[in-house]
Design a protein around this ligand. Structure first.
Ligand code: GLP
Length: 242
């Protein structure tokens, strides 16, 4: 793992955005894996700035998002599709048909998950996958468990994740309890992974992750230690126990 510690959230975000922008310049038809949550918002803002001010061109880029709440339609303002449209897609020149977010209304979510994975592989696989991390060590919605599923699948959310994500909803009972998420197999197939973490509520989990000398499904992010090309970018707060 390559570890980069930046002074603050802004610097962490510009570092991540500059890695993505360099990759797009080298390969205009980059396949980019995207994450939601508050962590990557600054990175998306910087990419938008680069598009508007420096002409960074997304016209040939394809994106695949990690996950979507199960039961929410793309128009629901709490859905990850809605988040991506408003936070990134509508501000850049990406083709709508080149943006993939799992369908929260898929009737047979596990069969749908396999199709989603096939679509990724047919496009040549993800070149760069952006990841955040849950404070319990989850990545995408792969929660700590005895086993982790490899392919994109339907999963239940832990109480801790529901709690953490309730800040985006009117009340905790509005938070969906299930999601469709890329599995660890899907994520680990990405050629390059950029894991972002900022702020005090990530200090403990990043300390634990970066001290690991084993992998465990009880800390899903520890599987990333097996990946040959992971760059971790943290701000100083998240890196305090590193
Ligand atoms: C959510 C998402 C993850 C994200 C994580 C951290 O549950 N499914 O992809 O990385 O929580 O979110 P945040 O960046 O808001 O801390």
């Amino acid at each position: 793992m390559k570890i980069i510690v930046e002074k603050d959230y802004e610097k962490m975000s510009s570092k991540a955005a500059s890695l993505i922008s360099e990759a797009i310049q080298k390969k205009p038809d980059l396949i980019l894996g995207l994450a939601t949550g508050s962590t990557p918002i600054g990175t998306y803002e910087e990419l938008i700035r680069m598009h508007k001010e420096e002409g960074l061109d997304f016209s040939k880029v394809t994106t695949f998002n990690l996950d979507e709440y199960y039961g929410l339609s793309p128009e629901d303002d709490q859905s990850y599709r809605y988040f991506m449209e408003n936070t990134l897609f509508k501000h850049i020149n990406i083709e709508k048909e080149n943006t993939y977010v799992p369908d929260g209304l898929a009737k047979d979510p596990n069969a749908y998950g396999k199709e989603y994975d096939e679509k990724i592989q047919k496009q040549g696989g993800i070149d760069i996958q952006i990841l955040g991390i849950g404070r319990n060590g989850h990545i995408a919605f792969n929660e700590p468990d005895d086993e982790l599923i490899l392919s994109t699948h339907l999963t239940g959310l832990t109480k801790d994740t529901i709690d953490a994500n309730s800040r985006f909803f009117d009340s905790i009972d509005k938070v969906p309890t299930k999601a469709i998420t890329m599995g660890l197999g899907t994520i680990m197939k990405a050629k390059k992974i950029i894991l972002l973490a900022n702020g005090k509520n990530k200090t403990e989990i990043m300390g634990e992750l970066l001290k690991q000398d084993k992998v465990t499904t009880n800390l899903p992010a520890s599987l990333l230690l097996l990946h040959p090309d992971v760059t971790v970018i943290m701000d100083e707060e998240a890196a305090e126990l590193y």
